[in-house]
Design a protein around this ligand. Sequence first.
Ligand code: MN
Length: 206
Amino acid sequence: MGKYTLPKLPYAYDALEPHIDARTMEIHHTKHHQAYTDKLNAALEKCSPEIQNKDILDILSDLSQVPDDVRGAINFNGGGFDNHRLFWNNMKANGGGEPGGAVADAINTSFGSFADFKEKFSSTTAVFQGSGWGWLVYNSSSGKVEYKSMPNQTSPRTEGLIPLLGCDVWEHAYYLKYQNKRPDYITAWWHIVNWDEVDSRLSKAK
Ligand code: MN
């Protein structure tokens, strides 16, 4: 038994239908997220007890502290483990719409308007080459939110940024229903965004 276990989904596999189909959710959770979890545990077993006792978020924020021969594996699988547990929680049935309160204020300050933010997030994430994620992040240096694309499973935390909302655009996230049409998947995904979760993460980040 490794240090980390696959977290339960906060809803049923079919809860996000029709935007994300149940079969995609089940494979994504039980196969892909499970594999990142297992491989993170395997990589941590090659580290010192001092590293093993640290939280994965502290490890991701400074990968120079892990041995050279497992750094790539921890970047990939530790990022994959954390990115997906964020991802499940930043979606919900009957989500979407526009955020209010502090999230709306932060988005308006950084992007001008919610519409401008949504357009930048969608268009940039849609054309990102290869596998990766589009993120709304909090930059504690500037005190502002930003858009950030990250390749593969690399966490925004590796660049000192705090992830608030992530859209997984690996093909495994959408291929069964949307095939090559990543923009259609992103358009549908906005309908299930859980803005309450983003609000909660932003207040913790500050
Ligand atoms: Mn994924």
